[in-house]
Design a protein. Structure first.
Length: 478
């Protein structure tokens, strides 16, 4: 081969290599960017051709599946309707995704592995979705929704030892099957009075009332400065941060132990405890329980609210000058929490001070049933010592045995818990009732948090505790 022809051959090879590189860049490596471009409708059509994986409940019940539509396309179907509407979310090409449909989209749409995605694109193969097996319990979820009985609120139940979320109930809800209609979605999205698309378990911030005394008690017992037998003044009218503080109904108890103060939910005692501990200590324990940061749940970031003290719509540290630590310690002041967070508080105490990472996914399996990923229990933080937790468990057991939480008691099973009644509108007597707890107290299998919005005269021990009882019964007997 003479020199001119050889040079021409080399140039030809270089041009061919550049052509291959250029086309590969857009068809393989930049394909996802093109798919995500709002002007590119090809991605929408491709997505409709993917048979997304199943989502199943813990007992195998199919919660979401893809069914054949027309022209080799698929649409999403939700056999259980609105039972797990907020946990599952939805997946529609016209609306996008929410809930597990969004957080587990890569698995469900067969796009989890970078190498696999590249190979699929090179050979033109449509990805096959993997199946997501959840931790959710359908029967207990039904019990929770029925117990809410049409009232705005939420119930969350977690296995203390594993972090598995068994119940995530939020009312009002929606039926994801109805969202195929853009008109229905628009109506639900603009319903500001009911906010049915809002997951109250993870997105709604409420004042926790006296349930937060569990966090204060954990800090107190773990500090070494207090024991369950420590005595303090439980009278109403005690000055906290220079302002008189009263107990519920203006009751005075004289000098009482911390156990009695938790059993009867005595505000003045716990406010004094927090003042003696100080803001720094309170903040340390709040962060151990998961406050002031996004929950580590396998759920979309934009659908979870950090719990903590809020000012001007932003979380502020417990050490801020705006914080009245005494009133924060009893669930008042600027504190706002989600039901998920308070279920995590109950679960951490139940698990003798170990907070496990909460999760909705149990495992992911391929189309042949082989497990490709299993979510193993993972410790998020050591909240308190085992000894301190044991003392707090005994104190919380007394709350249900003879205190404000007797309506949560189960026959033949010790229950540990704490009630809460946050005042939302004092003049109109509108409250936010709460209950958090776990059972069995000394060998906990389930931890719960229950809250109901805006109940006239509603007390946590009367309104929320019976709901917790029903949910715990369902899970323990299931």
């Amino acid at each position: 081969m003479n020199a001119p022809i050889a040079r021409l051959y080399v140039v030809f090879l270089l041009l061919f290599a550049l052509l291959i590189a250029f086309t590969s860049r857009w068809t393989v490596f930049e394909a996802q960017q093109l798919d995500d471009n709002a002007l590119n409708r090809r991605g929408v059509f491709e997505e409709q051709r993917i048979k997304r994986g199943l989502i199943r409940a813990a007992d195998g019940t199919v919660l979401a599946r893809s069914v054949s539509a027309q022209d080799d396309t698929y649409r999403r179907s939700y056999p259980e309707g609105g039972l797990f509407s907020h946990a599952l979310g939805y997946s529609y090409t016209t609306l996008g995704r929410a809930g597990l449909e969004r957080s587990r989209n890569d698995a469900l749409s067969g796009k989890r592995g970078e190498l696999g995605s590249v190979v699929d694109r090179v050979i033109g193969r449509t990805p096959v979705g993997e199946n997501v097996l959840t931790t959710l319990d359908p029967e207990a979820q039904r019990v929770a929704l029925n117990a809410l009985n049409g009232r705005k609120g939420s119930v969350v139940a977690i296995e203390p030892e594993t972090g598995a979320v068994k119940v995530m109930a939020s009312f009002p809800g929606f039926d994801p099957r109805d969202l195929r209609s853009a008109e229905t979605f628009s109506r639900l999205a603009n319903d500001e009075d009911n906010s049915p698309l809002l997951n109250r378990a993870t997105q709604a911030g409420y004042p926790p009332g006296s349930t937060f005394k569990v966090v204060t008690a954990a800090a107190a017992l773990d500090s070494g400065e207090f024991t369950p037998e420590s005595t303090l003044d439980g009278n109403s009218g005690k000055e906290i941060s220079g302002v008189p503080l009263n107990n519920s109904g203006g009751a005075s108890f004289g000098r009482i132990t911390l156990t009695t103060a938790l059993t009867n939910s005595v505000n003045t005692v716990w406010a004094e405890v927090a003042e003696r501990l100080g803001k720094d200590t309170m903040r340390t324990y709040m962060r151990r329980f998961g406050f002031d940061k996004d929950p580590p749940l396998d759920y979309p970031d934009g659908q979870m609210l950090p719990s903590g003290s809020y000012r001007d719509g932003k979380v502020i540290p417990a050490t801020s000058r705006f914080i009245d630590v005494g009133r924060m310690a009893i669930g008042q002041n600027l504190l706002r929490v989600t039901p998920l967070q308070m279920a995590m508080v109950a679960a951490a105490v139940a698990n003798r001070g170990r907070l496990m990472r909460p999760h909705l996914t149990d495992r992911i399996v391929d189309e042949d049933g082989r497990t490709v990923e299993r979510i193993e229990p993972e410790e998020q933080s050591r909240v308190m010592s085992e000894g301190s937790a044991d003392k707090l468990i005994a104190m919380m057991t007394n709350v249900v045995r003879e205190g404000t939480g007797t309506a949560a008691a189960l026959s033949g099973i010790d229950v540990a818990g704490k009630t809460g009644t946050a005042e939302k509108d004092v003049q109109r007597n509108i409250n936010q009732p709460w209950f958090i707890g776990f059972a069995p107290a000394r060998n906990p299998k389930i931890a719960v948090a229950v809250t109901i919005e805006s109940v006239v005269g509603g007390q946590g021990g009367v309104v929320a505790a019976p709901i917790a009882k029903q949910v715990m019964e369902s899970l323990l007997n299931g």
